[in-house]
Design a protein around this ligand. Sequence first.
Ligand code: FE2
Length: 259
Amino acid sequence: MKVLCIGDIMGEPGRRAVARMVPRLVAKHRIDVVIGNGENVAGGFGITPELAEELFGMGLAAITTGNHAWDKKEILDYFPRERRLLRPANYPEGVPGHGSVVIQTAAGEELGVLQLMGRAYMPALDCPFQVAKRELARMRKRVSAVIVDMHAEATSEKMAMGHYLDGEATAVVGTHTHVQTADEQILPRGTAYLTDIGMTGPLHGVIGIKKDLAIEKFLTGMPRRFEVASGPTVFSAVLLDVDARIGKALSIERIRILD
Ligand code: FE2
């Protein structure tokens, strides 16, 4: 099973890049499942039901989020209704939505997707490590292959999660920093790993935001209303080849296309 995981899709430029690149990549690599992080699709902050539907319409089988999951209030009622839209599984009990989903490919194979969020330089949540073990054990009673989106700031926390789940998760891939790392690897017990997939969105901004606004905020220390940058885009993703029967990753390949 070929799985394409797209990194944080940033605003309209990011959505347009997904619309352009996904059909090409699916045809070229015979991809079975596409998933992506959609917490920045609504003008850089959050996601709306309409934009989630737009991404599903572009072929995404599941959408992960993170700390920006709740930025748009209209998404709150949508989360419990749409199983394919995930928020981190380590939010406390009672928070709307789901942290994992099992999706089916056109060929009838199943793939689990589990979303977690780190705690280093991030909002305080339940322990992602304990939640990951518990959720993976539960999911793997039904499905062998599970991809984990570890939405986190700190490289070390993501790498620790990769090794903690090595041999249990099919892949642990990171999102949130918007900058792709070059450390893709198969860990010793068979889990595919990449610290951060990187952003799909404007290339010449500060992690997708208009550079002048971001620079001004750093210069003054004052709050600034951010807007998504424009211009050339970068499409960032990772391609996994997965043996869905045994849940093992066969290969991991980084994708970064300037467009
Ligand atoms: Fe984030």
